[in-house]
Structure formats: C-alpha cells, structure tokens
Design a protein around this ligand. Structure first.
Ligand SMILES: [Zn+2]
Length: 507
C-alpha cells in the first residue's frame, strides 16, 4: 500500500472536520477572529466572495421588483417590545446601548455616562425598525406592494462562535415587503425562497432542499417560515436562507395600515427573508477538500492564476512575454454574466509555493508557463476541482477557449458532486432503532460525524420533535415541498403520518 500523500490542509476532513474547516479558512486567507469577542475580520479574498454574492443577488432582487434601502442600526426598545414572540426570540442575544458618551472615571480611565432615557438594541434583525418607516410610507392600496431590501450588518450575542457560521456580528441582506392580501404576501414569501434556491444552485453550486419549518423552528413572530437546507461534507445540514410569511403580526405591531379598495382601513400583510455571510461557510464546507478551498467559478473572486517559471533573465523575458499575452487575451472574457479575472503571480517564490498558494485559495484554474512551454507554444493548465497533480497541455491559441469551457465544466462538476454526495447520504428510515443507529457516531474521535439526512415520518406533534432533539441533537430541518402523500408511522411515537420530513444534525 502506498503511503498516503500529505495534503495541504492538516488535519484532513476525515481526521477532524471542525478543525479542517478553520484551517481552510486560514489557508485561503478568507477571514480571521478579531480581538473583539465573537466578531470576525473578513479579509479581501473572503470579502470579494461576499461582494460576488451581493452582485448576483442584487440582480435577482431587481428582476423580482425589489429596491435597496437603508435603515438605522439602533432599534428603540419600545419598538422591539411590540411583538411579543419576537422579543422572546431575540432577548437573550441582544447588544443593548444604554449610554451616549464617555467620561473620565477619576482613575485615569473612562466610564460610560449620559444614560439614555430609552435603551437602543443593536439590530439583530430589522422588522420593527423598518416597520416604523413602512407605517409612514403605506397609506393606500395604491402604495402596495412595497418591496424593499437592505444590505446590513446585524448583531446577535452568540456564546459559541465560529468563523462565517456563527458570529456575533455578521453581514446579510434582509428583504422586507408589504402586501395588500395574504395570498400576495405568501406568493412573495415562496418566490423569494425560490430565488434563494436558484442562487444556491446556479452560483454557489450547492443543491438545496426547499421546505417549511416546523412550529418549533420558525422565526420568532412569523406565521410560517420556509428555508433552503444544504448538506455539508460532514453530512450535517446548514440552513442557507430563510423566507418568512409574517401574516399581519408585524403590521399590527408597527401600525402598517392602508385604505383598501373599499375605502376601509386595514392592516397589511408582510414578509421578510434573508441570507448572510453564513453562505460563505456553506460554500467552504460543501466543496472544499484536503488541499484547501474549492470555489465555483461563478462566485470566485478570481478565476485563473498564471504562474510563470524561469531561472534567469533570458528565460524570464520570453516566459513573461507569453504570460502577459495570456493576461491580455482574457480582457473582457466572461462566463455567462460573470467577468473572468486572472492573477499573474511572479512573486519571488518557488513555483511550487506559488502553485500551492493558489490551490489553497481555491482558484478554479492555474496556468504554468516555463521555457519549454514557450518553445512548444503551449501551457500546462490545472483544474482545482480535480487532483492537484492533474494537468493538461493546451496550445497557446486555444487557451482562452479551453479555460472558458473548463470554467463552465467546473461549475457543473462541483454542483453534481455535491448533489451526488447528498443523495448518497440521504436515506428513508422507517424504524426507530435504525433511526437512532443512523445518528450514533461511528467514530468516537469525531462524535459529530453521523449518517446524514433521514427522510422519516413525523406525526406533527412538537413532543416527538423535542424528544428526538433531546436524545440525538437531531432536528427537523424542513417539511420538504413537492412530495407525494404517503401513509406511514411517526418515527418517534408510531402515530399515523401522511408525509416524511427531513431530519438532520445541523449548524
Ligand atoms: Zn409522533
């Protein structure tokens, strides 16, 4: 048996998945923990991914009639108190501003002063503060629908944090809309879930399951919550986007009323929906391997690293001339609507160091050019989604065509790989013993690693959901759409059930 090749990321996924994740983030230079507890510093390569997410989503939001706006970061406590369930859901993780200035404390330091008459909450979500504006903007049915999106940072005081997955401060977008009827608001809620699902599969190359959250898992204050759920490579689920039908709950709390077509005043119907920098966590965990990040070309900050290799000035001149020609030839190149970017890396490092640098960062393609390539008028091209040692010789005149075609193939390949992985690790389970065995760790050193997604029957009772959660830390991720009715028995209590739900451990 051959000795296992040493990988660029230590430990490997197999050895310690959680640590592997941290090491990929570090090796790709995406983000780091800041000195501020639970908050992250997003570095340029990570932030560029976020900007690409924003760019693609902004297009999709625009196509569906939404406009961007911005609202205050501070929410008066009294606004927050108006929706009881909402308060309960967020009260335990709020940052609260109570003072407006600092004064000398007489011991050489400073102390908070200027106590506010009303405390402000640093927004954990903006339904109530945006609702206050909407109450002023909406007066008649003619003002509806009102379709607004905000890009912002939010704060939820998390006790246990993890880069991109759970941080005290994170970046997101939150859509907030107001409608004349319940039907229209529900249509909007489902439309935006569909937008998220399309974005995840087309851009992030992540297949998702769309469905409805159970009563116990829904957004505080919502009537219905829908989510897209993705499987990570440790077989856990990551909720990757949510869309909420808020009924008239927040309209009542914020006083969003309008004169209807009959001339009567009534409360409006609202929705909210969001995705966050968690998506970058999803991206990392869905596709990356033991050599580092793997990025879908449509969301990658840059697409092709060009690594010139030379030993002396004479070689340098011919190799760099060819490298520059390649850079030039990609000016204006696109895959679908995405501009293709190149990185010419002639830093004073060995070619191996430069190659590994880009492998770890997940750049989709690498082009190596040495004196021999110049002589044969061809280059070596390596795909990040395949093994680090697989390279293809491509004639100079075909480089652009080959790269553009291959970028498309990589996008497709990593989606299909993720889909296959999910399918292989999603099982219909009908016996309680089998269910419990499925979620019992096989490896004591990695207690988090388990069976995957279980499609099992559930009677609809919160107690059954709770029991499974307590016993196994397994939750109902969603009640998936588009499934046929099927008679079965609840995996916990055996009562009759008409449908299967998706169970999993989750982030
Ligand atoms: Zn039951």
């Amino acid at each position: 048996m051959s000795k296992k090749e040493r990988t660029a990321i230590q430990p490997t996924r197999e050895e310690n998945y959680a640590e592997w994740f941290q090491q990929v983030v570090r090796a790709a230079d995406l983000a780091e923990n800041s000195e501020v507890r639970g908050c992250m510093v997003i570095k340029p390569w990570g932030y560029a991914i976020w900007e690409n997410i924003q760019k693609a989503l902004n297009e999709m939001f625009r196509e569906t009639g939404h406009r961007n706006a911005y609202f205050p970061i501070f929410i008066p406590k009294s606004y927050f108190e108006k929706e009881a369930e909402h308060v309960e859901g967020f009260a335990k993780e709020c940052a609260v501003v109570t003072h407006s200035k600092l004064e000398e404390d007489g011991k050489g330091g400073l102390k908070p002063a200027g106590e506010l008459t009303e405390a402000y909450i640093v927004r954990p979500t903006s339904e109530t503060i945006i609702g206050a504006s909407f109450a002023k903007w909406v007066n008649s049915y003619r003002d509806l629908p009102l379709l607004i999106n905000q890009w912002a940072n939010v704060v939820r005081w998390e006790m246990r944090t993890r880069l991109f997955l759970r941080t005290t401060e994170f970046l997101w977008q939150e859509g907030h809309t107001v409608h004349e009827t319940s039907e229209e608001a529900m249509e909007e809620t489902l439309q935006m879930l569909e937008v998220y699902a399309r974005f995840a599969s087309e851009f992030l190359a992540i297949p998702v399951i769309k469905g409805e959250k159970t009563e116990g898992e829904k957004f505080p204050g919502a009537v219905n919550t829908y989510s897209i759920e993705a499987m990570m490579q440790d077989k856990k689920a990551l909720q990757s986007g949510t869309s909420h039908f808020l009924g008239q709950n927040f309209a009542t709390a914020s006083g969003i009323r309008f004169q209807n077509r009959e001339g009567e005043f009534q409360h409006a119907w609202t929705t909210s929906w969001g995705v966050s920098t968690r998506l970058i966590g999803a991206l990392i965990m869905a596709h990356s391997d033991d050599d580092g990040l793997v990025l879908p070309p449509k969301i990658a900050p840059s697409h092709i690293a060009i690594v010139p290799i030379y030993r002396d000035d004479a070689e340098r001149e011919v190799v760099m001339a060819m490298a520059n020609r390649i850079v030039e030839s990609f000016k204006g190149a696109r895959i679908d609507d995405v501009r293709v970017y190149t990185e010419l890396d002639n830093r004073d490092l060995t070619s191996s160091e430069r190659n590994w640098y880009w492998i770890k960062k997940g750049i989709p393609l690498r082009i190596e050019i040495g004196p021999r390539d110049v002589a044969s008028n061809s280059v070596m091209i390596a795909r990040r989604d395949l093994g680090p040692r697989e390279k293809q010789s491509v004639e100079m005149e075909n480089v652009v065509d080959y790269c553009l075609k291959t970028l498309g193939e990589i996008q497709k390949n990593i989606y299909e790989r993720a889909l296959k992985f999910r399918q292989e690790n999603t099982v219909k389970i009908d016996s309680k013993d089998e269910f419990y065995a499925f979620y019992t760790p096989k490896n004591a050193e990695q207690p988090e690693i388990h069976g995957g997604f279980a499609l099992s029957h559930w009677c609809g009772c919160p107690d059954c959901e709770e029991k499974i959660k307590d016993d196994l830390k397994v939750t109902i991720r969603c009640i998936p759409f588009n499934q046929d009715e099927e008679d079965g028995n609840c995996i916990n209590c055996g009562a009759q059930s008409k449908r299967r739900v998706v169970f999993a451990k989750s982030y």
